[in-house]
Write a protein that binds this ligand. Sequence first.
Ligand code: MG
Length: 250
Amino acid sequence: MVILKTAREIAAMRQAGRISAGALREAGKAVEPGVSTLEIDTIIRSYIEKQGAVPSFLGYGGFPASACISVNNVVIHGIPSAKEILKEGDIVSIDVGAYFGGYHGDNACTFPCGDISPEARNLLDTTREALYQGIQQAVAGNRLGDIGSTVQRYVEARSYSVVRDFVGHGVGAKLHEDPRVPNYGTPGRGVRLLPGMTIAIEPMVTQGTHKVRILPDKWTTVTADGKLAAHFEHTVAVTSSGPLILTLPD
Ligand code: MG
């Protein structure tokens, strides 16, 4: 069941979203060669806790850290580790949520570590732009298929693939609410968008096949062919005056 939010609830979600965005920004500043993914996780956790919020992912379904940090061919759900040291040229997807005032904000970004290849840069630029193209479709009266098909068309026109096995989602008092928000679809199909819907739009884009594989740790999700993946996400409210991105920093 899709839970519509009042203007007051959306304002509360904006507070949670602001903290999530601040945590992501701080995490991005810390991405550089020689830093471990666990160090970045620690920065994220202390930022969120300093704001009086709680990391949404910590303990969620048993997840052992505050953020998912996914390097290179890891698409999502990478587990931060002291043993994983970032290197020049890596691309680092960081997904973080904060719970504050009864609501979650959820956002993600893929950051370059030092100088990255033109191919990796193009993948990041394409995925970020696909997210913004999708957000522009988060308009009352449209349908979910308008978001998904727009993301898919943008990505596939550039010879990349969109992951199918994982999708965006409603977000609110729970981190994952209805509806599912796929990054693929058919224009004019799917759930109709209404003012008060709050959704996480999160294209996961790969250089090669869209197929993914989950490692034996039951979290780490990698591309089936070992090629690079990128992931960008915002929490967005559908309002009568258009899409409102809730996960922007101050
Ligand atoms: Mg999400």
